[in-house]
Structures are given as C-alpha cells and as structure tokens.
Design a protein around this ligand. Structure first.
Ligand code: S6P
Length: 592
C-alpha cells in the first residue's frame, strides 16, 4: 500500500490536499533528484492497483474503465446526431484551461472534417482566466449554473463534463446541481481525484447543498446511467494541493481517452470496448515513460531556469500550435502557485490569439498579461534579452521548421542560452540542422507504434509530454530558488475558500497550534491588525478572501507570528530578512 493510502496518513485531508511522501524533501533536492521525484509522483497516475485498499479506485480499476466506456458511448451518440446537441467541458483554474484546450482542439478537428463543432468550454472567470488567475469565481455556484444554462439554450441533448480535481469547486457544484434538475436534456459527468467520501462538505454560501451531496446523488444516478462520476485516486500532488500538475495531467488523459474513443466509434465505426480503453490508457503511460527517460536533459533545463530566476533574469517559452498554449498556461500558473512575478516565466505562441481560438477573441488590449504572440516577443522582449534569460522553444516536426529556425537565429543574436524541447514523429526532419541552432535540444522521439500515424493522438501525446516537461521546469526552478518549504507552497495567495482552508491547514501543520488559534492568526495577517473585532471573526470566508487578495504574504506572516508569538510588524521584519521561506521559518523556530 502506498504510504498516503494508509488510513492514519493525514486522515483529515482528501487525497488531493495531502502531502506526497515522495516529495517530502524536494526543497533540499538537486535538479536531477527533483525530476526523479516528479517522475515517481506522475507515475502514480497509472498505478495499477489500490493494493487491496477498497477506499480507492485507480485509473485502471475496472469500475473506472467501465465508466469511461459508458461516457465514450455518450460522446459517440452525440457525434452521430450532432443537431441540437452539445458537449460542454467546464472547470476552474487549470481544470478550465484543460477544458478549453480540448474543446477548441476538437472543434478545430471537426471543422477541418466539415463536421459540426459540438464542443464548448466554460472556465470560471471567463477567458481572462485562461491566462491569469481568477480564483474568486470558483466560489460562485450561481455563476456556474448561469453560464451553463446560457450555453445550453436551444439544445436538446447535452453531455456536461464538470472537472474539479478536489471534488470541491462550488462553481462546478452549482453546474452539476443545474444538470441534476435538467436530466431530461443533460447528462452530467464529474471528473475529480478524490473518493466521493472525501468530497468537500463545507457549506456553500446561500446554497442548500455542498459538493459531497451532489457527488453522492450522481453516484446513485450512475446506476440508472443518468449521471457518471469518474474519480480515480492518483495520489497527492508533488507540491501539496497544486492540482495544475497531476490533476491537470490526469484530467487530460481521461478526457482525451473518452473523446477519442467516441470520435473513433462515430467516424470509423470502431467499437468502444473495455480493452480498447485500457489500451489507450496504457499508451498514455508509455508517454510518461518516454518523457521521463530524458531525466538528465530535463534536469539541465530545470537548472538553467533556476539560474535565470536567481539572477533576476527570465524564462521564456516560445511554442508553436498547442505546444505554445501549453507553455503559456504553465507560465501563467506560476504567478498564483509560487507568488512569481509576471515577468519571471512567460509563454508565447506563434500567431497569438488566432492560435488560441478562444471564445472571447483577442484579449491583448487587457494588458501585458495578455500579450502572447511571437511577434510581441520579438518587438518587446527580444531587444533586451541577455544570457541571464533562458529561452526554450517548443515545437514538433509538424511545425514550420523554417519559421522555427528563423526565430532561433534572431534569439541567438541576443543570447546563447537557447534550448528546445522538440518532438520527432517520423524522423523525416533534418535533426542535425535543427540541433545546431540551440545550446541543447531535448528531443523526444515517438515510436510510430504508439500512435499509428493518428494525428489527433500524436498531438495529444506531444502536448502531455510538453506539459510534464514544463511543469517540471517551472516547479523545479521555483523549488531551487527557495519558494517551497518541504513540499508545501507556504506563500500561497488566499483568494478563495479552498485556499483559505489550505492556509489554515498549513499553519496547523507547521505550528501544531489549534484550528481556532491558526485561523485567528491568519485573519490578523489578512486584516493587518493585532486584535480582531467580533464582526471580523464572524464575517464570511468570501469577505476574508477579498481582503486577502489585496495583501501579500499573509500565510508566512501568520506562521511567523504563531511561531514567535510576536506582532505583525515583527513577523514582517523577519520575513524581510530572509528570501527563502524555510530559512525564515527555521530562524523563528530557533527563537523559541
Ligand atoms: C491548481 C490551480 C487552481 C485549480 C483550481 C480548480 O494548481 O492553481 O487554479 O486548478 O482551484 O481546482 P479543482 O480542484 O476544482 O480542479
């Protein structure tokens, strides 16, 4: 049995919030060890057995595979009769970004085959949440339901797939509740990575239900094939609670398996079978093995990125097609995850918003966070690029290699610190010519047996592989610059109720103080006052998170206050003296 599966291991936390024993000492590891730890954590996605623990199902458990078969058949039905039908993929944060990526990619594929585009995506906070963190709409069940209601207008058959890795987002709970009230038209599917028993039970403001009630009702309805719950346990995240990593990857694996099986059944008459689904999941496991067989090269990129961040330089991902979008997503998630500056790691995609193909179109007028085209990189970043910056190209053999070469040439005039992650599919390109353009190229060679020249599958594999590489680079670089304590990101932004609860847990974990004491310290840090008024303590969590959104470092301040029994001002001066969180915590522990 995996250590985290034991009932006594962090018993009060759902799997997605537990800390992963594999990465306990990630903050002391070197780049190669970091990549090896991430490899092991990601391998848990494909764990075959739950080691006799009835509490957990795994991705390959027969009940999970069977549910994937059932949902794929729903997709097939919709694709065969697309009139007045819709498949909606929805979620918050990373879950919404994965929904966007899949919905737009598959719509593009349908359009290129002169078929009706039947996919739609919803992300809490709208399209700006694709590129920036919009955590507060996650807490709004009514907004979720309203957005879904609008998307369904005029439709007679809707397959709704709501993603909440932690089975926790009120936005998704509101949507699922809406589905349950409209089962004649909508079939709801919930994807997440906790057993239903561990779904969130915290009351949702102005709501008669919480997430667990919805998940339980769906579980019941699954017997009549009116709703489906897909919730294998894939193990805790490498950085506790950071579901952009395993959660996002596992969501991608499950959804792509479902949707591809549905498409192949509808378009090629390929029957959807249990073994076929298992085979498809095994292929994704192979993608994991192939990607992480490049540990040394990946570790070298982690090191380069960390050096750039330490020298106050930058990391730039320049990608083509969806690999560019994966880069933009990874970069933008560093801001809320690690409290990174927006300039630290940035992503750009060839053809910018026309490649994104998002519902709200070109968002570049919204500000610098939304400047994503290679052309913008060339105009605004390139002139000031130096060896302190790390540039990583992301492309595959299917991209315009002349364009890749031309941009590489321009970048090389400013920095030699230029690298690439390149996907070789048929070996038809001229790898030597391409290799000579970069300091190093991490070439991932895909055996044709894996995708049998199926372009959709090839693309999905390259995307997931790139996601794993970039998650490793950005996470590893931030770990090496001291942003993480053990495997906890302590300096989290407390911008919604999930993060508020996580912050209190972290304070309890590191100080051993009571829940009430930790919550009081957190509120003191949020409101910046030593004595809380009665009104403040009784205000609802939403109000606290709105105020916390305006403040920096509230959790480290609360932590130091609890450890040193000092004032807010004293805690702040401590933190100012140490840039590495572990050092600040250790120093104030020495005080006691
Ligand atoms: C996680 C990421 C968050 C989550 C979001 C949704 O690394 O920063 O934005 O994706 O909170 O979480 P969930 O559990 O509903 O999928």
């Amino acid at each position: 049995m995996q250590h985290w599966q034991q009932p006594s291991y962090e018993p009060y936390l759902p799997v997605t919030e537990k800390s992963n024993p594999i990465t306990r000492d990630i903050d002391r590891a070197n780049p190669e060890e970091i990549v090896q730890m991430l490899q092991k954590c990601d391998a848990e996605i494909f764990e075959r057995t739950s080691h006799g623990n009835p509490m957990y199902q795994t991705l390959c458990s027969s009940s999970v595979v069977q549910t994937i078969v059932e949902v794929s058949k729903r997709v097939e039905v919709i694709l065969k009769d697309p009139e007045d039908s819709l498949i909606v993929l929805s979620g918050c944060g990373t879950s919404g970004r994965i929904a966007f990526l899949l919905a737009t990619s598959l719509n593009r594929w349908l359009a290129s085959h002169h078929q009706k585009q039947i996919y739609s995506y919803i992300i809490a906070g709208g399209d700006k949440a694709l590129l920036t963190s919009q955590e507060s709409p996650e807490d709004d069940p009514f907004l979720g339901a309203l957005t879904l209601d609008k998307a369904c207008v005029g439709k007679k058959h809707v397959l709704f797939i709501g993603i909440s890795c932690g089975l926790s987002a009120p936005f998704v709970a509101g949507q699922l509740d809406f589905c349950l009230r409209n089962l004649k038209i909508i079939t709801p599917v919930l994807i997440g990575f906790n057993p239903v028993d561990m779904a969130r039970t915290e009351p949702i403001q102005n709501c008669s239900f919480h997430f667990k009630e919805i998940a339980e009702r769906m579980n019941e309805l699954q017997k009549q094939k009116k709703a489906y719950v897909l919730n294998p346990a894939v193990g805790p995240e490498a950085i506790s609670g950071s579901s952009r990593m395993k959660g996002g990857s596992a969501t991608k694996v499950i959804l792509e398996t479902i949707l591809l099986a549905g498409h192949e059944a509808a378009c090629n008459n390929k029957a959807i079978t249990f073994n076929g689904i298992l085979h498809s999941l095994n292929k994704f496991e192979k993608v994991h093995q192939i990607t992480y067989s490049h540990t040394k090269e990946l570790a070298a990129l982690v090191e380069k990125a960390a050096v750039s961040l330490r020298r106050k330089g930058h990391v730039y991902y320049l990608g083509w097609q969806t690999l560019g979008i994966i880069g933009i997503i990874d970069a933008s998630e560093c801001i809320p995850t690690f409290g990174a500056g927006f300039e630290d790691i940035r992503g750009f995609v060839s053809n910018g918003f026309s490649e994104m193909n998002n519902k709200e179109g070109d968002l570049s007028s919204l500000g610098p966070h939304f400047i994503i085209d290679h052309k913008d990189f060339v105009h605004t970043i390139l002139p000031n690029l130096s060896d302190n910056d790390t540039v990583i190209f992301l492309y595959s053999e299917n991209d315009d290699l002349n364009e890749v070469s031309a941009l590489a040439k321009s970048v090389r005039q400013h920095t030699s610190n230029l690298h690439a992650i390149a996907h070789e599919l048929t070996g038809l390109s001229d790898p030597d010519r391409m290799r000579s353009q970069f300091m190093a190229v991490l070439t991932i060679k895909w055996p044709s047996s894996l995708h049998k020249y199926n372009p959709v599958l090839m693309k999905q594999h390259c995307e997931l592989s790139t996601k794993w590489c970039l998650n490793a680079i950005s996470t590893g670089a931030h770990v090496l610059t001291g942003k993480v304590y053990m495997n906890y990101m302590i300096d989290l932004r407390v911008t919604n109720s999930k993060l508020y609860r996580r912050a209190i847990h972290i304070l309890k974990r590191f100080t051993g103080s009571t829940q009430a004491y930790c919550e009081t310290a957190l509120l003191r840090a949020i409101y910046g006052i030593e004595e809380l008024s009665d009104g403040m303590s009784s205000t609802n969590v939403t109000q606290h998170t709105l105020v916390a959104n305006e403040r920096g470092s509230v959790v480290p301040i609360a932590l130091v206050m609890l450890q040193s029994r000092g004032t807010i001002a004293e805690a702040k001066s401590y933190l100012d003296a140490y840039s590495v969180i572990r050092d600040a915590v250790a120093a104030c522990q020495r005080l006691l």
